[in-house]
Write a new protein. Structure first.
Length: 125
């Protein structure tokens, strides 16, 4: 049985829609891939940025960018946000690797499908 459509596939690097080889139709994602994609999109969204829900997103300003938090503080802010994404039932692992003013967040997300979803997303800290 094919997985049901859940979302359009987004290129992790550019943020653009991914189209079929003929370029006519947007590709879709489902299952753990869509859950990981939704988490990555959340981590790239500044709180207050999306007009339809000003509470959606990460509180980069002032919590992350202005206050220069430790790795543990960053992960403490991000963990409950990821746990609130539909389909995420827990977090098996969560880590941060910094490089200057950016960082890569990696996680293994427990999902309602029973599978782990791998997440890797760059953020500003």
């Amino acid at each position: 049985m094919a997985e049901q459509f859940r979302d359009f596939k987004i290129d992790a690097t550019t943020g653009d829609l991914v189209f079929t080889d003929d370029g006519k139709e947007p590709q879709s994602v489902a299952g753990v891939a869509s859950i990981a994609q939704e988490c990555a999109i959340l981590l790239r969204t500044f709180k207050g940025e999306w007009f339809a829900d000003l509470d959606e997103g990460v509180p980069y300003i002032p919590d992350l960018i202005q206050s220069k938090p430790s790795d543990d503080q960053v992960l403490a802010i991000i963990r409950p946000l990821l746990e609130g994404v539909p389909g995420v039932t827990g977090i098996a692992s969560l880590a941060i690797v910094r490089s200057g003013r950016s960082a890569t967040i990696t996680a293994e997300l427990e999902t309602d499908t029973g599978e782990l979803a791998d997440l890797a997303a760059e953020i500003e800290v």
